[in-house]
Design a protein around this ligand. Sequence first.
Ligand code: SAH
Ligand code: SF4
Ligand code: F3S
Length: 495
Amino acid sequence: MNLNKDFSGTDLAQQTLETPLEEPARQYYFMTKCREIVKERSLEAGRELTANVTTFGCQMNAKDSEKLRGILREIGFSITDSEEADLVLYNTCTVRENANLKVYGHLGYLSNLKKKNPRMIIALCGCMMQEPDVVAKLQKSYRFVNLIFGTHNIFKFAELLYQVLEGQRIEEQMLLPKPPMIVDIWKDTDQVVEDLPADRTYSFKSGVNIMYGCNNFCTYCIVPYVRGRERSRRPEDIIREIEQLSQDGVIEVMLLGQNVNSYGKTLDEPVSFAHLLEMVEQVPGIRRIRFMTSHPKDLSDELIEVMKHSQKVCRHLHLPLQSGSSRILKRMNRRYTKEQYLDLAAKLRREIPDLSLTTDIIVGFPGETEEDFQETLDVVRQVRYDSAFTFIYSKRTGTPAAAMEDQVPEDIVKDRFQRLLALVQEISQEMSRRVEGQTLPVLVESLNDHDPSLVTGRLSNNLLVHFPGNEKLIGQMVDVHLTTCKGFYYLGEMA
Ligand code: SAH
Ligand code: SF4
Ligand code: F3S
């Protein structure tokens, strides 16, 4: 059941008695209906129809895009990297303002492509579409967009696409001026639809959603508004998916959630994240387990114990700091202090010495003074992050921080950002050097982008390694001697 469903789409898809109501059967039904139309069109065109899915934003979106590509492939589209395609779908992000600007920029380019190919379908989905202002702007000024849907109903893509395809058919047969823009946005949902197709980017590794949404409401962050309330998948569904992935050749899984440490709390039979990790460890064939993201306030001793003793859980923990000032952390609603964070980081370094600790930091949150910023630099110096993503605070409409009065002037923020970046990079280079000279297992991911005589892979601690090899190694775990540290990556040789 979906909550507060706000359906403003035009129901061109005739509901007949044969339309299944249960998911995912209903979507498979619409995939078949779409396939018929796509086949017809492709016969008319004398070629396969192509589809492009472009992802903006985080791992969750990347995972959603794999599902969307899976549906498109099932319908009969051939997937392409080029935006000169018969269908282009943007899976958008809105975490910072520049994410939105990028999408509007790209849309201008797409409208030109559509002039050359009027039947081209342009569709938008993802986090940015959950913002009513964005949808209103698109409806007013971007009429060439055919379909808009959100984060809560991506499972419904086939059904919505059928409405678009049918709409185009009716328009062409009846010489109507223009089919309507289909818009279907849900405000929230408690529905989790399992068993839809997916088109995985890598054959040997895969993201796995373990939960959706977020309940933390950090005051700067729009994610809880666009991804809805936190809900966990049942462990048996997660394990079943991972067993299937393993049978398909996957050896590394990345468990995905906005705050994995609160996994399982709302299930009928609650399960801790640490326990879920132990269950995933039991799946035959899985050799590496990663996860993203851990909120410091919920990181348990149980999790540290499981990580410490595990042969499969990777030596990498992403532990977003956001700010080193307890005063700012309170205003951010992060629910930990500088001291609590430092204690936790020290415990992690002590218990798991080869762990790589990475983080996210925001500079210029409203009210941040030079003293607050110095506290952030102090934490960076003490924790010595293996790497850190640094962001300039971006005002997001509707979040509590956007209404705070003391926004920091841009020139001050930029100056702080540069100083933080310099420190983070200096420390990160030193930390990366920690494993120089060692021989460690590397999962080979691809041929090197610049030099095809090299392959690129990843250490358990997430650092990249380039070494001589060929494409037969892709997807294999091999021991590599880490000869030279090049700042943020390694050059090596197979041992
Ligand atoms: N759930 C994850 C983060 C998701 S967003 C977590 O809690 O860690 C990824 C990162 O974007 C955040 O960690 C934060 O550093 C940054 N971010 C989120 N909102 C932002 C904003 N309004 N301005 C700048 N950075 C922001
Ligand atoms: Fe945003 Fe905070 Fe939730 Fe992360 S935990 S998604 S930063 S609200
Ligand atoms: Fe962006 Fe949505 Fe992820 S806002 S960071 S794509 S959850």
